[in-house]
Design a protein around this ligand. Structure first.
Ligand code: PLP
Length: 361
């Protein structure tokens, strides 16, 4: 270990992002990106921004985008905090609301950045096992010492918790922060935003990477009480005054303003997901009931790790998590109809070869 490293670096186990590949020949179903382009209005806004103000710093506390998001979510602009992707908003939230000596709770199967942030900021934590059917055990998340964080719907399962379930967890943690990571909520979950009227210990984090197809521009945001947003601003302004660049800000506003395009895109992805679920099941996969833009699937005979590798050999990327709880499963992002057709053609070949082989033994 490097003697020059700080304790913070030494105890850190960095998050491993999904593999990024270049080239048209790859079908990328491994990082929950949106298969469709962003709204055409985004490209117009980017073009305009490119030809005007790039020599100037962007706004530090972006007013136009906060106003657009406030209107969209029916909250006030001082309840909105914007960051460079929701990963940054999550990192700031760990710093702003969780303390080292008070253990926080998150699900044992969840977004793997949470344990990374907990280690980085030296925050003790307990990973709460999911129930056998992969649902969250609501009661186990009540009465935390230091706060709670979980995605709704959860990742990588895609399963959502009901709004009553969320309310129970928030009310079971009065005086401690409960963070709901709604990265995938637009694909069919029920948002906890209306609960903000009842609870002052709730923070909701969103991203434009998935449902708005803007992963490349890095825009995330949080919605919470004015008091919580002030805490996030205090962290941000002690770190970097300009976390979101001008192009991202312009694109974010344009995307929020194009509601029809957004709704159509979401409907297409939901339809493809439901169709894909049936196709997986028709060749023997177990598929969790996802309301996200991905499916978590398991085949009783084919080891997930091997299937992941065989698909990669055919230039298809899906995500395999090698932790013991999830090593038998694959997470498959919903692509376009055409991508899914190609994916299933290749998958059928592999399933056919594998099941023939296994029946020969
Ligand atoms: C549950 C969850 N939260 C947050 C993120 C981060 O998204 P962003 O691109 O906004 O940093 C992801 C991305 O995969 C995610 O799965």
């Amino acid at each position: 270990m490097n003697a020059l490293w700080s304790d913070m670096v030494k105890r850190t186990e960095p998050y491993t992002p999904g593999e990024q590949v270049n080239g048209e020949e790859w079908i990328k179903l491994n990082t929950n990106e949106n298969p469709y382009p962003p709204s055409p209005r985004v490209f117009e806004a980017l073009q305009q921004e490119l030809t005007s103000n790039l020599r100037k710093y962007p706004e530090s506390n972006p007013e136009e985008l906060r106003n657009a998001l406030a209107e969209l979510h029916q909250v006030s602009a001082d309840q909105v905090f914007i960051g460079n992707g929701s990963d940054e908003v999550l990192a700031f939230s760990f710093m702003a609301f969780f303390s080292p000596e008070k253990p926080i709770l998150f699900p044992a199967i969840t977004y793997s950045f949470y344990p990374t942030y907990a280690a980085l900021f030296d925050i003790s934590h307990a990973a709460i096992p999911l129930q056998e059917d992969f649902n969250l055990d609501e009661k186990a998340f009540c009465n935390s010492e230091g706060g709670v964080i979980f995605p709704n719907p959860n990742a990588p399962t895609g399963i959502s918790l009901s709004i009553d379930g969320v309310a129970n967890i928030v009310s079971g943690n009065r005086g401690r922060t409960v963070i709901i990571d709604e990265a995938y909520i637009d694909f069919g979950g029920v948002t906890a935003i209306p609960l903000l009227e009842r609870f002052d210990n709730l923070l909701i984090i969103r991203t434009m990477s998935k449902s708005r197809s803007l992963a490349g521009l890095r825009i995330g945001y949080a919605i919470g009480s004015k008091n919580m947003i002030e805490a996030l601003n205090r962290i941000k302004n002690s770190f970097n005054s300009y976390t979101i660049d001008r192009l991202a800000l312009a694109a974010g506003v344009a995307s929020v303003n194009d509601k029809d395009y957004f709704n159509d895109m979401i409907q297409s992805i939901i339809q493809t997901r439901e169709q894909a679920k049936k196709v997986f099941e028709s060749v023997g996969f177990t598929v969790l009931p996802s309301v996200a833009n991905f499916l978590f699937v398991h085949h009783p005979e084919i080891p997930a790790k091997q299937l992941h590798k065989s698909l990669k050999d055919k230039q298809i990327l899906v995500r395999h998590f090698s932790k013991p709880e999830t090593e038998e499963w694959l997470r498959v992002t919903i692509g376009s109809d055409d991508e899914m057709k190609q994916f299933f053609e290749k998958l059928f070949e592999l399933v056919g070869v594998w099941t023939d082989k296994s029946s020969a033994y």
